[in-house]
Design a protein around this ligand. Structure first.
Ligand SMILES: [Mg+2]
Ligand SMILES: [Zn+2]
Length: 189
């Protein structure tokens, strides 16, 4: 049986985008979109594994500690999941761009790491596995991992900039809720 996975970026997809060059540094600043938990629950009901893959260079910049990020992740998961287990894994690259970490998006390395962890080879992936992100970096990572790429307009990118995008996503939706509407209505096994 082929496996279906949806990878989610965090900021701008699950919670409000903090702004260019800014970071979410505390639970108070982590404003989870009201539709996020329900959207992820619908993905799980449709048989998807769900992983979060996020760059958080704020750690390397010394703006937040690893412990505080871990704490924030725990808070994020409990507010999304409401007692159910919905998220299969959360992966961060905590390095700055100039550190050339091999795991930092647009590298697909964290996606591939998640696949390894759940014992799925790229070939076993159903053609309807997706990466939902709000930046071109997410689209590049998705393409490098052979995933369908979705950009949502609830974060970094706006539709006005579409013509200047250096990579084209497979799909564009307003937000995570609309992306999930599309995914669950288009079963392709
Ligand atoms: Mg983002
Ligand atoms: Zn890294």
């Amino acid at each position: 049986m082929s496996k279906k996975i949806v990878f989610l970026d965090r900021d701008g997809v699950i919670n409000e985008y903090p702004g260019d060059g800014l970071y979410v540094l505390s639970k108070e600043q982590l404003r989870v979109f009201p539709y996020a938990g329900e959207s992820i629950r619908r993905l799980k009901e449709a048989g998807y594994l769900v992983y979060i893959i996020s760059n958080q260079a704020c750690v390397s910049k010394g703006l937040i500690s690893v412990e505080a990020l871990k704490d924030m992740t725990g808070y994020l998961l409990s507010s999304l999941e409401q007692g159910q287990e919905l998220i299969d894994g959360v992966y961060y690259c905590t390095h700055r761009e100039e550190e050339n970490c091999p795991y930092r998006k647009p590298s697909p390395a964290l996606i591939l790491e998640a696949l390894r962890t759940c014992g799925i080879s790229k070939d076993e992936l159903n053609s309807s596995s997706f990466f939902i992100g709000d930046s071109l970096r997410d689209v590049k990572a998705a393409k490098a991992a052979n995933l369908k790429s979705i950009i949502v307009l609830s974060g970094r990118e706006s539709i006005e900039r579409k013509d200047s995008w250096e990579v084209k996503p497979d799909y564009i939706f307003k937000d995570l809720k609309e992306a999930v509407d599309f995914i669950v209505k288009n079963p392709k096994d």
